[in-house]
Design a protein around this ligand. Structure first.
Ligand code: AMP
Length: 621
């Protein structure tokens, strides 16, 4: 029975299934939904108006776990039990992080290996997946609290450069937090969606997404065409962001004051850092900042800040140039530039980006929210609420069924747009065959044994008919959620069976990639195997029909005809086991050549017998 929830804050009825969009960020995370009434994407806010949840986890001694703003307070007072930037650890080994190990104030286990990293807190060990799941669990419960309805399904965003294991780790973190992760979406794709790009299917647009957050910088170049988002190139610096801006401001002040940072204790240094961040933010809208630390009066002017930040901004622009080079694009080909991340509010950043791309940037939306908003739009599309815009996804691998000889017969080729449907007719191979086994496979190889078996079922109750008579229609339907329904129906009798599968279930992007690479590297060999299997199948069918024919008509054949047929059949049977495609084909032709004359003769006799004494009524005879 479907359950209906009531939103206590708006009094409106809500459907039970709410799919949220989650921006799981390095520094901050947030959730957005499509507002049930306005149908516009909105971020979820607490009563006090906060939407950003700092991606910080504090493990209290009492076994308790605190996430968000409250956990952030422990960054200074209890650094070894307080985890930040867990996203940087996703899918990484200690060796990957070695160069940056100093940045983490908590303990990362140094096992000197390539195996996935773990974090030690007191006596306990946590994987980055578990750490991220704490953040996601907090986001889920916040959303449930605000929406007053269970939240079990989500779309989560990741950087475009995330590899398969990092994407899988994010998916697993969602699962651990009790979320069914319907889709992992690239952050630049989500940002583009939030700006309405890709909504017009007729249009092809080249988009640059410049994302400068607190600790990371990414530039992604996308081609959006026919509702499909293709990442052409990515570049950036995973250790460059607003925190570095704050650091250069602090260094500037300390130099002016003649203080060396080593002389300051952690809390003094922290005060300078916080003051620097305040100054930076204020100077995004004013020309001058004045503050006090203790008895020290501190100032900073916009033009000084611009000069201080120049080298860092130039670094990001160099990344943009590299990304353009990798994508083989000229600046003139970029249609839109989208700004993401809190640090893009800094005027000198915005100016430099606009100058490099030689066009005004898109900055109407809150740069902290834009990714979450886009994730909500994607969630809405997956929920099937946005019928105009269902072309977003494509099947990564072909879907088909097993036919004779273990061959893969593709019904939905890879890269088909979802939702999608296809059907094809098949028939039985044996007289009186009452059932048919339908095996559904996914993959690019010609033989099903090299592909992935998704499901198998029997279509039973086919009424007894001669081989080749039943018409079994197999149809594949992939709905917007990526669920595949396979139906088999014998058209003459109406018997029907169906099965539902999730083609993507348990299949990582890496698996998909592996399957594709395999299909490329085996393409030639696969083609040869397919040709051989097809010849073998043809031979088996011919042997079967000839045998049936002989059983019924042996008496009507001459001795020579029979012995020639018999030896041609034995020859073909032997070749079936060990012959090549051409040998089998030649043997098939030989058997056909022997049987054709007597088959025709017997056919003529049969027709003659049927005609005897009958007036066929031709007028001119
Ligand atoms: P994000 O990781 O996208 O949440 O970005 C956070 C970064 O944006 C931090 O370094 C903030 O200091 C910075 N930021 C937020 N608001 C502003 C602003 N008004 N001006 C400059 N930087 C800002």
């Amino acid at each position: 029975m479907a359950k209906i929830g009531i939103n206590l804050s708006t009094g409106s009825l809500q459907k039970q299934e709410m799919i949220v969009g989650i921006d799981l960020g390095t520094t901050n995370s947030l959730i957005a939904i499509i507002h049930p009434e306005s149908k516009k994407p909105v971020v979820l806010k607490e009563h006090d108006g906060t939407a950003l949840v700092p991606s910080v986890i504090h493990f209290a001694d009492s076994d308790g776990v605190i996430v968000g703003d409250k956990a952030k307070d422990f960054l200074v007072s209890d650094p070894s039990q307080t985890i930040f930037s867990a996203k940087r650890l996703m899918g990484k080994s200690y060796n990957d992080l070695y160069n940056h190990a100093k940045l983490f104030t908590y303990k990362i286990i140094d096992d000197g290996t390539e195996s996935l990293v773990k974090v030690q807190v007191g006596e306990r060990f946590y994987s980055p997946i578990e750490l991220s799941s704490f953040i996601l669990r907090e986001l889920k419960s916040r959303a449930e609290h605000i929406l007053k309805t269970p939240v079990n399904k989500a779309v989560i965003t990741v950087p475009a450069y995330f590899n398969d294991s990092q994407r899988q780790a994010t998916r697993d973190a969602g699962k651990l937090a009790g979320l069914d992760v319907l889709r992992i979406v690239n952050e630049p794709t989500a940002a583009s969606l939030a700006y309405g790009l890709g909504m017009n299917r007729e249009e092809t647009k080249m988009v640059a997404v410049y994302d400068l957050g607190g600790g990371t910088f990414d530039i992604s170049l996308l081609r959006i065409s026919g509702g499909i988002f293709e990442v052409l190139s990515t570049n950036g610096d995973t250790y460059l962001g607003g925190d570095d801006f704050d650091r250069v401001i602090v260094d500037h002040w300390l130099a002016l004051l003649g203080i060396t940072s080593t002389k300051l204790n952690t809390s003094e240094l922290q005060s300078f850092r916080l003051m620097a961040e305040t100054a930076k933010k204020q100077l995004s809208t004013t020309d001058e900042f004045t503050g006090e630390i203790g008895i020290q009066r501190i100032t900073l002017r916009r033009e000084d800040l611009d000069k201080l930040l120049q080298p860092l901004v130039e670094k990001t622009i160099a990344s943009c140039a590299n990304a353009m080079l990798d994508a083989g694009l000229e600046v003139g080909e970029i249609d839109e530039v989208i700004m993401v991340g809190g640090s893009t509010r800094v005027p000198v950043v915005m100016e430099a980006v606009a100058k490099f791309f030689n066009r005004p940037v898109n900055d109407n939306l809150n740069p902290d929210e834009v990714v979450a908003l886009g994730a909500a739009i994607q969630a809405d599309i997956l929920a099937g609420n946005n019928k105009d815009f269902l072309l977003l996804d494509i099947t990564p691998l072909s879907l088909g069924i097993e036919t004779m000889g273990g061959l893969m017969d593709v019904l939905v080729p890879r890269n088909s747009k979802i939702p999608s449907s296809a059907s094809r007719q098949y028939t039985t191979q044996k007289d009186g065959q009452g059932s048919m086994r339908i095996s559904v496979f996914q993959g690019e190889r010609d033989l099903v044994k090299d592909n992935r078996r998704l499901a198998e079922f029997n279509l039973t109750g086919i009424p007894g008919m001669l081989a080749g008579f039943p018409k079994v229609e197999i149809s594949f339907l992939i709905n917007a959620d990526g669920i595949l329904v396979v139906k088999a129906r014998e058209l003459r009798s109406g018997v029907e069976q169906s099965v539902e599968v999730k083609p993507q279930y348990g299949l990582s992007d890496k698996d998909v990639e592996g399957m594709l690479t395999d299909s490329f590297s085996h393409a030639k060999q696969d083609m040869q195997v397919r040709a051989l299997v097809e010849a073998q199948t043809e031979a088996k069918i011919l042997l079967d029909t000839t045998e049936n024919f002989l059983a019924k008509n042996k008496k009507l054949l001459t001795e020579l005809e029979f012995s020639e047929t018999d030896s041609a059949m034995t020859n073909l049977e032997n070749l079936l086991q060990k012959g090549g495609k051409d040998e089998i084909q030649t043997a098939i032709e030989k058997l056909n050549d022997i049987s054709r004359p007597y088959a025709e003769r017997l056919m003529d006799q049969a027709i003659g017998a049927a005609m005897k004494g009958k007036n066929i009524g031709a007028k001119n005879q």
